[in-house]
Design a protein around this ligand. Structure first.
Ligand SMILES: C[S@@+](CC[C@H](N)C(=O)[O-])C[C@H]1O[C@@H](n2cnc3c(N)ncnc32)[C@H](O)[C@@H]1O
Length: 221
């Protein structure tokens, strides 16, 4: 028997959730509401949100960035794991989805931990760098338009402190990255990004097969 990570059957996935997912009611409600939205598949998996919260706690994160928050689920998972003076700079371009996110962040009592930046994320990240925030961020999560992953990663890398962590979502892209017949633009963008990351000696690397695949890149000390 190979010791590679195995595929999860529906039954095993339900079991995994039943013995490990401790989703607060507010997150559950946000997930339920988002399920009725178009593009609800963009939301991260709940066990992935819990894993990100654990990572944030593990590293004592206080300063965070999220690139692409949609209706706010992943940002809320991390915000709930931060100390009271912790903060997330949350980047997106959609006012419609932001309204949903803000409602749940407020309901969860963490609205003051989340700083909204509604603008193309490259502009926001460049502005943060121009404001002198390089080397100050503990944890960054990238989950926006795939064609810009490389640009987001380089900027987040500059913003990260040594020992800080970048998590990048969708790096397995529903398995399409391994389908040699698939040449869609987003698939190619993720393949190219994954190759770039693999060669990047400035980070410690792990691609975790959780959700749609989440790569962790730790900025070397
Ligand atoms: C996959 S969704 C994020 C899902 C979210 N992390 C969650 O768990 O619910 C991607 C988000 O990226 C945003 N986005 C797309 N292009 C963007 C850009 N150029 N700058 C900032 N955000 C962008 C979209 O509006 C969308 O909300």
């Amino acid at each position: 028997m190979s010791n590679k990570t195995f595929a999860l059957s529906d039954e095993l996935y339900e079991y995994l959730l039943s013995v490990s997912l401790r989703e607060p009611e507010v997150l559950r409600a946000l997930r339920d509401e988002t399920a009725g939205q178009r593009l609800s598949r963009m939301q991260i998996a709940p066990e992935q949100g819990q894993f990100m919260a654990l990572l944030a706690k593990l590293m004592g994160a206080r300063r965070c960035i999220e690139v692409g928050f949609y209706t706010g689920y992943s940002a809320l998972c991390v915000a709930l794991a931060l100390p009271a003076d912790g903060n997330i700079i949350a980047c997106d371009v959609s006012e419609e989805w932001t309204a949903v996110a803000e409602r749940y962040w407020r309901q969860a009592g963490v609205r003051d931990r989340i700083e909204l930046r509604l603008a193309p994320a490259i502009e926001t990240l460049d502005r943060l760098l121009a404001e002198g925030k390089a080397g100050t961020i503990d944890f960054a999560f990238i989950d926006a338009d795939k064609e810009n992953y490389g640009a987001y990663y380089e900027r987040c890398f500059e913003l990260l402190r040594p020992g800080g962590l970048i998590a990048i979502d969708n790096t397995l892209w529903s398995g399409k990255v391994a389908d040699t017949a698939d040449h869609e633009q987003e698939t190619e963008a993720i393949r190219s990004f994954n190759r770039h990351l693999y060669r990047d000696q400035r980070v410690e690397l792990s691609l975790v097969p959780i959700g749609d695949g989440m790569t962790l890149a730790l900025k070397s000390l």
